[in-house]
Design a protein around this ligand. Structure first.
Ligand code: 4AD
Ligand code: MG
Length: 477
């Protein structure tokens, strides 16, 4: 007999006389109804058994969390709530689950509790739905780039360069443990710890992706990146996944078009392919909204928010225009931002970004042409000599979801910018080579994958959209 999945069986319209299924028990009611889930869908399949046909000792072992093997007949359901159910004629316990100690009880658990049980939290409806959507979004991302002529490039995890020039890197600790490099005093020299060289975990694959764009034309990376910033917010991780397309002969306007088209595509993909998981999360959020005071409730449901993205143009606004708007705005009852916008040139805080998106424009915003001094060294300097061709995409409820730029393609200006922040030319000689041999306009961006998953699932904490979150407090598992 062929093993079936719950999702496959639930869509059957016909009676199937001999089916076989394996999964985990969600609940067992009245010694008769097993709600079984195998992770293939948010829905459980009801398995009905006639307890007189089974050994009492066996039935006692049908507890929440136990892995079981069932054979039987798929029939039209007699009860409400499901179209089909399984009439069980064979039951085997594959793995017991002690009801006294199994952490995932059939009741509502707090997300904090489930974070401490991250190894089991995907046994719950919410986390299984989130992680199926995470998987679907990854697939949609590869599909988009594949359909649009991009090559997938694997950028290195261990690097000698700081792609963002911000110094937020984790050092790679002594790999050559048997032969550690020693300093003059004979102690381990942790500054030269990768076989005699200083290396870090990558903060971004962009610089390496640029080398591939300048030969293969259109490329993207999709891998883990690391930031040693001590940020304890609901939007920052020390280890997160980033998607970084990089395209030769494309300017900033093309970069904005690409990012908008790409985001619309991946969101449309899940709307079309994952309706059950989205509906479940949509309802979860509607229930949560009901507990809030009217004034704090969201105007749109999760699914409406996702549709809104796919149906509306993103608003493109320059940094200078945004500063004017913010200076003339009264954001709240106190009519003031916590961080005041004092002068042109200051960095925007998340309260400003969210005000622009959620209150002022009420749609996703692409901010561009930022002051050079608040952005990374590799961004293309504009003719005004003070702004760079940077772009950040801001999403409602999230803030910055994408950061990108047209890259500085002129050797002399790039060298000046590196010198200004003390990046030695020797460190990036290969990056400078791209500007010596066949340089050209090129652009790209980085999408924080977890921020996209947060938006797509309506989860409010980034720790709940990655399997095993790494934050300053948490690196267990
Ligand atoms: O704005 P960032 O730092 O840009 C870069 O790294 C560029 N090299 C990208 C490029 O042009 N190829 O990061 C890009 C995105 C941010 O917009 C945000 O969504 C996400 O990565 N991000 C984080 N996500 C989770 N935790 C963190 N600590 C993050 N830092 C950035
Ligand atoms: Mg950024």
């Amino acid at each position: 007999m062929q093993l079936r999945s719950v999702s496959e069986l639930l869509t059957q319209n016909i009676i199937l006389p001999e089916i076989e299924i394996k999964g985990w028990v969600r609940t067992f009611r009245a010694n008769r109804f097993i709600a079984l889930n195998d992770g293939s869908t948010i829905n459980n399949i009801q398995c009905v058994l006639d307890f007189e046909n089974f050994d009492e000792a066996l039935l006692k072992r049908v507890t929440t969390g136990a892995a079981i093997h069932i054979k039987g007949e798929l029939v039209e359901s007699q009860g409400k709530g499901q179209k089909v159910e399984i009439q069980v004629n064979y039951l085997e316990i594959l793995g017991d689950s002690d009801p006294e100690t199994y952490p995932i009880q059939p009741k509502k658990h707090s997300f904090e509790f489930l974070r401490e049980n991250a190894h089991l939290r995907t046994r719950t409806n919410t986390f299984s739905a989130v992680m199926r959507l995470r998987s679907a979004l990854s697939f949609a991302i590869h599909k988009y780039f594949n359909e649009n002529g991009f090559y997938y490039m694997h950028s290195p995890i261990i690097t000698g360069s700081d792609a963002e020039g911000a110094g937020e890197m984790f050092k790679v600790s002594c790999l050559d443990a048997k032969n550690p490099p020693l300093n003059d005093e004979g102690n381990v020299d942790y500054s030269k710890d990768f076989f005699g060289k200083e290396t870090n975990l990558t903060v971004s694959g962009q610089l390496e992706a640029e080398t591939y764009a300048m030969s293969l034309g259109k490329v993207y990376t999709f891998g883990p990146t690391f930031r040693a910033e001590n940020s304890n917010t609901s939007r920052h991780l020390a280890e997160f996944w980033m998607i970084e397309p990089e395209v030769a002969f494309m300017d900033l306007a093309g970069n904005m078009d690409l990012a908008e088209d790409f985001l619309k595509y991946v969101i449309s993909y899940i709307l079309e392919n994952n309706p059950e998981d989205l509906e479940f999360l949509n309802n979860r959020l509607l229930d949560e909204e009901k507990t809030k005071p009217q004034a704090e409730r969201s105007d749109l449901s999760l699914i409406e928010k996702l549709n809104f993205i796919t149906e509306n143009n993103f608003k493109r606004v320059s940094y200078t225009e945004a500063i004017d708007i913010l200076r003339n705005s009264k954001p709240n009852k106190k009519k003031k931002f916590k961080y005041l916008i004092n002068e042109w040139g200051c960095d925007l805080q998340s309260e400003h970004e969210r005000f622009l998106v959620e209150k002022h424009f009420k749609c996703p915003v692409i901010l561009f042409d930022y002051p050079a001094n608040i952005k990374a060294f590799y961004m293309r300097l504009n003719e005004d000599g003070k702004t760079v061709r940077a772009m950040d995409i801001l999403f409602p409820g999230i803030g910055e979801i994408v950061g990108g730029a047209q890259r500085e393609e002129r050797l002399d200006i790039l060298k000046e910018k590196m010198a200004a922040i003390n990046i030695p030319e020797e460190d990036l000689w290969w990056y400078l080579d791209l500007r010596k041999f066949g340089t050209a306009v090129h652009s790209g961006f980085g999408l924080g994958f977890e921020r996209l998953v947060m938006f797509a699932t309506g989860m409010s904490n980034i720790r709940d959209v990655i399997p095993f979150p790494r934050t300053p407090q948490n690196a267990q598992f």
